[in-house]
Design a protein around this ligand. Structure first.
Ligand SMILES: [Fe+2]
Ligand SMILES: [Fe+2]
Length: 196
């Protein structure tokens, strides 16, 4: 599957400037949350394989993506060891839960919506990891976050390309709708020292 740059189909609003300040004030908590974000990204990719084993291209792309995300788990775990960041249990992600609630229950809309919700989460993660990359105090952490931000942009586009393939006539309209719903959600959120 060729993956062109598809981000224009999913225009996300910028994060409130306050989020970066709150995140930088408690980086250990951000890294601890980030570890779980990467873990859940891998699990989500694998769960799509469980749901759609007949979709060969999806199986191939999601297996690669899960591989990427588990590598990210390793990289964040290494960063946490190096910086002494305290681990934490997963506190849940009400941002992702609110987006998942927008997934329509019946096929084929369900597959389209799951792909697009994951694209939104990848896109937002890319934005925030990029903001952190530009502000982290040590060069090694900043370089890792910059590389991870680039990877999440590629993942966003993998999901958008799959969405385009499964719903060529409707994916752009639905992507715009979900981007608008995400903007409403972002407007209601209180900034916290977490990735989302
Ligand atoms: Fe990742
Ligand atoms: Fe990702």
């Amino acid at each position: 599957m060729e993956v062109p740059l598809l981000g224009d189909a999913l225009p996300l609003v910028p994060s409130a400037p306050r989020w970066l300040a709150v995140a930088l004030a408690d980086l250990d908590a951000v890294h601890a949350d980030h570890l779980h974000c990467e873990r859940k990204a891998a699990q989500s990719a694998l769960s799509l394989i469980r749901s759609y084993p007949m979709h060969g291209e999806l199986v191939l792309q999601m297996s690669r993506l899960a591989h990427d995300e588990t590598r990210h788990v390793v990289q964040v775990a290494q960063l946490m060891q190096r910086t002494g960041a305290a681990p934490s249990f997963d506190h849940g992600d009400d941002y992702a839960a609110a987006l998942r609630a927008l997934v329509r229950p019946r096929e084929p809309e369900r597959l389209l919506d799951r792909l697009l919700v994951f694209a939104v989460i990848e896109g937002r993660s890319a934005e925030r990891l990029g903001l952190l990359a530009g502000a982290l105090p040590d060069d090694k952490s900043a370089a890792l976050y910059a590389a991870l931000a680039d990877a999440e942009v590629r993942h966003r586009d993998v999901f958008l390309a799959l969405a385009r393939d499964v719903a060529p006539d409707t994916w752009r309209g639905r992507a715009r709708e979900l981007a608008e719903r995400e903007a409403e959600l972002m407007g209601r959120r209180v900034a916290s020292a977490r990735i989302h």
